[in-house]
Design a binder for this molecule. Structure first.
Ligand code: PLP
Length: 438
C-alpha cells in the first residue's frame, strides 16, 4: 500500500488548503450538496484518507460503505487501468462486451438462493431500486409498493418517495410518486412492546390487508439492515416472516442491499444471516470500489417478463465499472473480506459495549460485521440526543477520525471502516472515540 497506514495531523482540521477549496466549493456548488467533513482528499487507501494539507485521517466511513476493498485497491486499479486504454464505452445495449456478462454471472452465482437468476447493471443504488420496482410491477401486473419506517432507498422521485425520512430527503420535493405505502419496522430498541418481530409483522400485515389489499401489492422493498435510518437490524424473525408472507401472496420480495452488500456485514449479503432468499436483490455501493455501478439481480422468470428495450440506460454497466467490480469480487474472495468484516465487528462491539457501560448517553450499541452503530440518548431515557452526536463527531473529526452519522432522529453514530483497515488503526480510531466521550 503506497499510502502510510498511520494517522498524521499537520494542521487543524480542515487545514488552510482545504479551507481555500471549501470557499471555491461554496461559490461553485449548490448548498444542497452537503459536506460531512470539509477536508479535500488527494489520496486514499487501506484505512487512511490523505488531504490537501498533508493530514492523514483514519477512515471510519468508506465513502458511505463503498470502498469495502479500500480506496484504489490494487486489483481494481490494475483492471481499470488496462480497460481505460482499450475502450471506455460502447453502450452495452448497442454492442456488448464480456465484462458486463461476467459481472452478471458472478452476481447470479453469489447472491442468496440457487434458483435461476438474471442480472442487469445500472449506475446507482436509486436506479437499481427503481428498476426492481419496474420489474416487479411488470411481472405481477400490480402497482402498490410497500416500504418500511426508517427506510432509505435513494433520491429520485420514486426512491425518495420510498424513503421514510422527510428532512433532508423529501422536504419541498413533492408531490411524491403514487402507490407507495409504509408499514412498521421491528426496531427492537424503540419498539413499544415485548416482541418487536411478531408485533411489527402483525401490524404490517394488518395495514397491507386492510389498507391496500395483498392482491394489489407488486413488491415489498426492505433493507435487511436499515442504513441511513440508523443501522437498525430488524428484530430476529422479522425478515423471514416478511419474506414468507410475500411468497404466500405472490408479492415480489425486494432486498435493498445497496449499503449492506459485499461483505460489509460479515456475510457476502446481509440476507444470508437469517437465510432469507429475496426474489430481487439490489446492490450498489460496495460493488465496484467507487466506480459508478449498481445491479438488479432477480428470479429469471420475473426478470425475463420485461420486453426487450424495457430496461437499461446509456451508461449502465460501463466497462471500467465492470472491471472494477470484477476486481472487487476477486479481492473479497482472495483476501477473505467476509472474515475481515467479522473480525472488525469482534473488535468494535466489545469496546463500544464497554464504552456504553461508562457513558449512559450511549443508549444502544448494535450492528453486524463492519456495519456498527451507537445510538445516543439523554441519559436515563430513550429520548434521542442529536446534540451529543454532533459534539462527539466534532471532536473525532478534529482528532483525525472520520465518522458518519445516521438515524431517523439524527442521533446515531455509524462506523463503516474499509474491510482492509489494519487493526492498529481500528483500535486507534476507537481510542479517539473513547476520548471524545470522556
Ligand atoms: C445509498 C443507498 C441507496 C441509494 O444509492 P445511490 O447510489 O446513492 O443512488 C439506496 N438504498 C440504500 C439502502 C442505500 O444505502
Amino acid at each position: 500500500m503506497s499510502i502510510p497506514q498511520e494517522r498524521h495531523l499537520v494542521t487543524a482540521i480542515p487545514g488552510p488548503k482545504s479551507q481555500e477549496l471549501l470557499a471555491r466549493k461554496q461559490a461553485a456548488v449548490p448548498t444542497g450538496i452537503g459536506t460531512t467533513l470539509p477536508v479535500f482528499v488527494t489520496r486514499a487507501g487501506g484505512g487512511v484518507v490523505e488531504d490537501a494539507d498533508g493530514n492523514r485521517l483514519i477512515d471510519f466511513g468508506s465513502g458511505i460503505a463503498v470502498t469495502n476493498v479500500g480506496n484504489a485497491a490494487p486489483r481494481v486499479v490494475e483492471r481499470v487501468q488496462k480497460q481505460v486504454a482499450e475502450f471506455t464505452h460502447t453502450c452495452f445495449m448497442v454492442t456488448p462486451y464480456e465484462s458486463y456478462v461476467e459481472v452478471c454471472e458472478k452476481l447470479n452465482e453469489l447472491t442468496p438462493g440457487d434458483h435461476d437468476k438474471r442480472t442487469f447493471l445500472v449506475n446507482s443504488g436509486a436506479e437499481a431500486v427503481e428498476n426492481a420496482v419496474k420489474v416487479a410491477r411488470h411481472a405481477t401486473g400490480r402497482q402498490a409498493v410497500v416500504v418500511f419506517d426508517h427506510g432509505y432507498h435513494g433520491r429520485t422521485l420514486l426512491t425518495m418517495t420510498l424513503t421514510a425520512k422527510n428532512m433532508p430527503y423529501k422536504q419541498g420535493f413533492g408531490p411524491f410518486a403514487p402507490e407507495v405505502y409504509r408499514v412498521p419496522l421491528a426496531y427492537a430498541y424503540r419498539w413499544n412492546g415485548d416482541n418487536a418481530a411478531e408485533e411489527a409483522f402483525a401490524q404490517a400485515v394488518d395495514m397491507i390487508e386492510k389498507q391496500i389489499g395483498a392482491q394489489n401489492v407488486a413488491a415489498v422493498v426492505i433493507e435487511p439492515i436499515a442504513g441511513e435510518g440508523g443501522f437498525i437490524e430488524p428484530a430476529k424473525g422479522f425478515l423471514p416472516k416478511v419474506a414468507e408472507y410475500c411468497r404466500a401472496n405472490g408479492i415480489v420480495f425486494v432486498a435493498d442491499e445497496v449499503q449492506t452488500g459485499f461483505a460489509r456485514t460479515g456475510d457476502l449479503f446481509a440476507c444470508e444471516d437469517e437465510g432469507v432468499v429475496p426474489d430481487i436483490i439490489c446492490t450498489a455501493k460496495g460493488i465496484a470500489g467507487g466506480l459508478p455501478l449498481a445491479a438488479v439481480t432477480g428470479r429469471a422468470e420475473l426478470m425475463d417478463k420485461v420486453h426487450a428495450g424495457g430496461l437499461g440506460g446509456t451508461y449502465g454497466g460501463n466497462p471500467l465499472a465492470c472491471e472494477a467490480a470484477l476486481g472487487v469480487l476477486e479481492t473479497i474472495e482472495q483476501d477473505d473480506l467476509v472474515g475481515k468484516a467479522r473480525r472488525i465487528g469482534e473488535i468494535m462491539l466489545p469496546r463500544l459495549k464497554a464504552l456504553q457501560e461508562r457513558f449512559p448517553v450511549i443508549g444502544d450499541v448494535r450492528g453486524r460485521g463492519a456495519m456498527i452503530a451507537i445510538e445516543l440518548v439523554e441519559p436515563g431515557t430513550k429520548n434521542p440526543n442529536p446534540a451529543a452526536v454532533a459534539e462527539v463527531v466534532k471532536r473525532c473529526h478534529a482528532e483525525g477520525l472520520l465518522v458518519l452519522t445516521a438515524g431517523t432522529y439524527g442521533n446515531v453514530l455509524r462506523f463503516l471502516p474499509p474491510l482492509v483497515m489494519p487493526e492498529h488503526l481500528l483500535e486507534e480510531g476507537l481510542s479517539i472515540l473513547e476520548k471524545a466521550f470522556s
